[in-house]
Design a protein around this ligand. Structure first.
Ligand SMILES: CC(C)(COP(=O)(O)OP(=O)(O)OC[C@H]1O[C@@H](n2cnc3c(N)ncnc32)[C@H](O)[C@@H]1OP(=O)(O)O)[C@@H](O)C(=O)NCCC(=O)NCCS
Length: 175
């Protein structure tokens, strides 16, 4: 199913046909530096594993929770989704997202966050949506503020990556 958002952007399920554009845009040290689980370099196997994971989670649960962000040329330019952090039936969940660098600062992720929050509140019965952002990630913090999230606080030394502890900010939006 294709979910239309503004800026000629839509959300769809990722398929194997999206693999070349996934590899083209996600293979970026700045994306790696600001996220927890996206590898760098991002290999063909990483792409295959991700596409299979999204397919199998949808088959198992019956719902799609990770979307490809596509532009007007039907090219994958990013990704966004729910982590199912607290289990399938919880009233709360966490979101994550990334976008290819050529498309930054055009408002795309703010629109995508707003759209998946609506889906989360209506289709997944969520009451609370969380996002945790590395404290240094000013762009993502701004996205969350623009999308109506409230800063709840700093999670000190919350993540451990590349032999360093990283502070994070927790933002939430309630229904
Ligand atoms: C974070 C990210 C998803 C933002 O996507 P985007 O589509 O560019 O976001 P938007 O255009 O909707 O909003 C970005 C906002 O941050 C602002 N911004 C950009 N760089 C900034 C900086 N260094 N300091 C402060 N604000 C900054 C922009 O000006 C814009 O705000 P504005 O509309 O008030 O001008 C994208 O930069 C990205 O993929 N980064 C790497 C991966 C990542 O950080 N993922 C999120 C992990 S929590």
């Amino acid at each position: 199913m294709k979910i239309e958002i503004s800026h000629n952007i839509c959300l769809t399920q990722i398929t194997i046909e999206d693999k070349p554009s996934l590899l083209k845009y996600i293979n970026d040290k700045d994306i790696y530096n600001n996220t927890l689980k996206i590898p760098f370099p991002y290999t063909e196997k990483d792409a295959d594993d991700w596409i299979s994971f999204v397919e199998s989670s949808k088959t198992e649960t019956g719902v799609l929770k990770h979307w490809a962000i596509k532009n007007e040329n039907n090219e994958l330019i990013g990704g966004i989704g729910f982590h199912t952090k607290y289990g399938l039936h919880s009233h709360k969940d966490e979101i994550g997202y990334w976008l290819g660098k050529p498309f930054w600062n055009k408002g795309i992720i703010t629109e995508a966050v707003n759209k998946i929050c609506s889906i989360g509140f209506t289709d997944f019965n969520l009451t609370r949506i969380e996002a945790t952002v590395f404290t240094s990630n000013n762009s993502s913090k701004r996205v969350l503020e623009k999308a109506g999230f409230i800063l709840e606080g700093t999670l000190r030394k919350f993540y451990y990556k590349d032999d360093k502890f990283i502070d994070a900010e927790i933002y939430t939006r309630l229904i």
